[in-house]
Design a protein around this ligand. Sequence first.
Ligand code: SF4
Ligand code: SF4
Ligand code: SF4
Length: 173
Amino acid sequence: MTGTTCAVTQAYEEYLAFTEERLCGRCLPCLTAAPLIIDIFRRLRQGTATSADIDQLEKICAEVFITALCKHGQKAVEKISRVISDYRTTFETHARDKRCPERSCEKLLQYAINPGRCTGCGKCREICPAGAIVGEPFIPFRTDNHPYVIIRNRCTRCGLCLTVCEEKAIEVA
Ligand code: SF4
Ligand code: SF4
Ligand code: SF4
């Protein structure tokens, strides 16, 4: 289901590893910044962050880099700054479009029905536990068929519809 790990997730996991293995709490800037940094990463990966959060993340990292007591704390935030600089578009896509280009952030997956492949069997609608699929069975020669579509804000990304669609008409982006 997921592709390769996106830059946001990779930076997040590396920073988490730092907090678990190295963060000692001897200096306040590094200690107090950690929950803020983690919160921004979490929201980026859940689709609730904005572009302003990326700026805020950069600002926090720059401040910690100057004030941190040891090289471990400095390196941890320096790495985040570098990743943001190298993969700004990926970060913006998470924040602005609520989309993960690598499909590694599960909460940002977007399910959609390809009308060109859908035969209108209705199996996906029957199985969807969230009531996120609307539409009616396809009736030949009728001009007012209601094709099946997924209502994005109702979809919980459980993936069940994928398991029943024999036409492979449900796409995940
Ligand atoms: S910068 Fe270094 S000394 Fe300060 S809390 Fe972080 S790991 Fe500890
Ligand atoms: S299961 Fe597939 S073919 Fe059937 S209605 Fe859903 S998307 Fe269309
Ligand atoms: S992924 Fe789950 S919630 Fe979303 S449309 Fe498919 S079955 Fe419904």
